[in-house]
Design a protein around this ligand. Structure first.
Ligand SMILES: Nc1nc2c(ncn2[C@@H]2O[C@H](COP(=O)(O)OP(=O)(O)OP(=O)(O)O)[C@@H](O)[C@H]2O)c(=O)[nH]1
Ligand SMILES: [Mg+2]
Length: 538
C-alpha cells in the first residue's frame, strides 16, 4: 500500500518534472525501505550541545565535543550486544574501528572538510539496551564557519524520524531555529525542542525560557511543541531521568506505531505537495492559450516577476553591505584605548632589553611591532567575531523574510486564481560565520632613518629614539584597526552577497517549476487527471 503510493508519486515527479520534490521523495523512499529503527535525530546550531546530549544518554564520552564546531559527520548510535563502530566511506567501502577512534573520523579537527571521505558512522553500544529499537543521530551543527557541515545536515534532513531540535538556554530560540522547525514540519509529525545547558540558568529563569520558547513557536508556527530542558552535568540527573522516562521510554514502548505514524505522515506530506503541483498543471492544461497566458500573468506576472524580486534582493544586499564597515569600525575603535595602553606597556618593557646601533634598534622595534600587533589584532578579531557577524545576521533575517514574502504571494496568487493550496518548501538562509581574516602589516618605519642610522650616536639620542618608537604606536594602531575593519567588511559582505545569490537561485527554481507547470499543454490533460486520481484515491 505504502510502496504503491510511493511508486505513483515517483512516477508523477518524473513525468511532470516536479524537481523540487525530489530530495523529499528519495528520503521518504529510504525511510520506508530501511526503517528497522525509529531514527531520533538531534539537530540545531553548532555548539548547542547535541553530541554532549547523546554522550549523556549512552553514559560515555563517545562522541567528540568541544568549544569550537566539532561534529562533521552524520553519526548513528543504537543498541548492539558488543560495542563497535563502522565507518562508511564514499567509495562504498567500510571499516570497523575501536570506539575510541571515532573522533578520528567524525570531528572537524581530525577530519577537516571530510578529507577522509566518510559518508556516515554507525555505532552499536551495549549501554543503549534501554533504548532498543531507537537509533540516535548526531548531526553537524548548523550555521558554523564550516559550510560543508551545514550542507551535510541539510541534505540529511528529509531522512528525519523523530526530531529533537537542540536550543541552548543561552541564547534562546533564534529565527534560525524557527526556520529549521518550519522545514522539519514538512518532514515529520514528531518534533520536540531540547533546551540544552539548563544548568546555566536558575530554576525560575529556566521556566521563563521554556514559556518563552513555547510562546514564540506558537506565534511563529501556529503549533504547540514540547520543550524538554536538559543538562549534561552530573548534578542534573533529575532532568536527565525526566527526559528518559517522559520521552525515550514511551518512544521505545510505542516504537512500531511511532514508525508507522512517521511513515504515513511523510508519504502524505509528499503526496499533498505533489498533488498541489499536479492540480496546478491540470488547470493550465485545461485552459485555452489565452487563459493560460492570463493565469501566468496573474500568478507570476508583476507580483512575482523574477527580475523585480532579484532587484529587491540586490537592493537589500546593497543596503546591508553598506552598513557593514561603519558598524565594524565603530566596534573596533572602542578597543583602541585598551589596545594602546597594552602595547605601550609592552613596548616600554621591551625597550629596556634592546641594545645596539639605531639600525639594530629599529629592526628590534619592527620585529616587536609585527609580533605584538599580530597577536593583539588576532585576539581582537577572534574576540569580536561574534559581534562582527551582526550585519550578516541582520541580512539573513531580511532576506529570509523577503523569500517568505515571495512564497506567500505565490501561494496566494495560486489560491486566488485556481483555488489550489500550494505547499511551500522552506528557504533556510544559512549563516556562514566567516573565519577571522588574516592580519597583515606594512613596513612600519621610515626608511630615511635607516640611511642616517650609522651617523647617529645612540647613547646621545636614545631617549629621542625611544620617544619616536612610542609616538609611532598610535598611528600604527589606527592604520591597522582600519585595515582590520576593511578585511572583516570584505569577509562579511562576501557572505551577504553569497546568501543573496542563494536566495535568488531558490526563487528562480521555484518560479521555473511553477511557470513550467502553468505552461502545460492540453495534450497532458488525460495523463494529469489519471495521476491526480491515483494519488487522490490513496
Ligand atoms: N554547562 C553546560 N555546558 C554544556 C552542556 N552540554 C554541552 N555543553 C558544552 O557546550 C559545548 C558544545 O558541546 P557539543 O556537544 O560539542 O555541541 P554540539 O552541538 O555537538 O556542537 P557541534 O558538533 O559543533 O555542532 C561544549 O563545550 C560542552 O561542554 C550542558 O548541559 N551544560
Ligand atoms: Mg557535535
Amino acid at each position: 500500500m505504502n510502496t504503491d503510493l510511493l511508486r505513483s508519486v515517483r512516477k508523477s515527479i518524473n513525468e511532470f518534472g516536479l524537481n523540487a520534490l525530489r530530495p523529499n521523495l528519495e528520503a521518504t523512499a529510504d525511510f520506508l525501505n530501511n526503517s528497522q529503527y525509529v531514527p531520533v535525530a538531534v539537530f540545531g546550531r553548532f555548539k548547542a550541545g547535541k553530541s554532549s546530549f547523546i554522550n549523556t544518554l549512552v553514559k560515555q564520552q563517545i562522541l567528540p565535543v568541544g568549544v569550537v564546531p566539532v561534529t562533521a559527520i552524520i553519526t548513528k548510535l543504537r543498541f548492539g550486544p558488543e560495542d563497535k563502530a563502522v565507518i562508511h566511506f564514499f567509495n562504498e567501502s567500510s571499516r570497523t574501528v575501536p570506539i575510541n577512534e571515532i573522533s578520528t573520523y567524525v570531528s572537524e579537527k581530525e577530519n577537516p572538510e571530510n578529507k577522509k571521505k566518510v559518508v556516515e558512522v554507525d555505532i552499536e553500544l551495549s549501554s543503549l539496551k534501554y533504548c532498543e529499537g531507537l537509533e540516535f543521530i548526531d548531526t553537524p551543527g548548523l550555521g558554523s564557519v564550516f559550510r560543508h557541515n551545514t550542507n551535510t545536515t541539510l541534505n540529511w534532513l528529509p531522512r528525519v524520524g523523530v526530531a529533537l531540535v537542540a536550543v541552548s538556554v543561552d541564547p534562546p530560540l533564534s529565527e534560525h531555529d524557527v526556520a529549521l522547525i518550519r522545514e522539519l514540519q514538512r518532514l515529520t509529525p514528531r518534533i520536540a525542542v531540547l533546551l540544552t545547558k539548563a544548568d546555566l540558568v536558575s530554576a525560575a529563569q529556566l521556566s521563563q525560557i521554556i514559556d518563552y520558547t513555547k510562546l514564540q513557536l506558537r506565534k511563529e508556527l501556529n503549533n504547540e511543541f514540547e520543550v524538554w530542558p536538559f543538562s549534561t552535568l552530573e548534578g542534573q540527573s533529575s532532568l536527565q531521568q525526566n527526559f528518559i522516562s517522559e520521552v525515550l521510554k514511551p518512544l521505545v514502548r510505542r516504537k512500531d506505531s511511532e514508525a508507522e505514524n512517521i511513515k504515513e505522515f511523510k508519504l502524505n506530506s509528499l503526496r499533498d505537495e505533489c498533488l498541489g503541483l499536479l492540480k496546478l498543471a491540470l488547470n493550465a492544461s485545461q485552459s485555452s492559450d489565452d487563459t493560460r497566458a492570463r493565469l501566468r500573468t496573474q500568478i507570476i506576472g508583476e507580483k512575482n516577476n523574477f527580475y523585480a524580486i532579484r532587484d529587491e534582493f540586490q537592493m537589500l544586499a546593497r543596503e546591508h553591505s553598506g552598513r557593514t564597515r561603519p558598524f565594524i569600525f565603530t566596534k573596533l575603535l572602542a578597543s583602541k584605548e585598551d589596545l594602546e595602553s597594552t602595547l605601550n606597556a609592552d613596548l616600554k618593557a621591551h625597550l629596556k632589553e634592546w641594545r645596539g646601533s639605531l639600525w639594530a634598534l629599529s629592526r628590534q622595534f619592527e620585529t616587536w611591532l609585527e609580533e605584538s600587533f599580530h597577536r593583539e589584532m588576532s585576539a581582537l578579531s577572534i574576540d569580536q567575531s561574534g559581534t562582527f557577524i551582526k550585519p550578516l545576521k541582520d541580512f539573513q533575517s531580511s532576506i529570509s523574510r523577503a523569500v517568505q514574502g515571495f512564497q506567500l504571494r505565490l501561494a496566494s496568487s495560486v489560491k486566488a486564481a485556481l483555488n489550489i493550496d500550494l505547499k511551500s518548501i522552506e528557504f533556510i538562509a544559512d549563516i556562514k560565520v566567516p573565519a577571522s581574516p588574516d592580519v597583515s602589516f606594512s613596513r612600519l618605519f621610515d626608511s630615511h632613518i635607516d640611511i642616517l642610522s650609522f651617523m647617529i650616536p645612540v647613547f646621545i639620542f636614545r631617549p629621542l629614539i625611544e620617544r619616536h618608537f612610542i609616538n609611532s604606536l598610535r598611528p600604527e594602531i589606527e592604520k591597522n584597526l582600519s585595515r582590520l575593519a576593511s578585511q572583516w567588511t570584505e569577509t562579511i559582505n562576501r557572505a551577504i552577497f553569497s546568501m543573496q545569490a542563494e536566495a535568488e537561485k531558490f526563487v528562480k527554481d521555484q518560479l521555473k517549476m511553477v511557470d513550467g507547470l502553468l505552461n502545460t499543454s492540453a495534450s497532458a490533460t488525460a495523463r494529469l487527471i489519471e495521476a491526480i486520481n491515483v494519488l487522490d484515491a490513496r
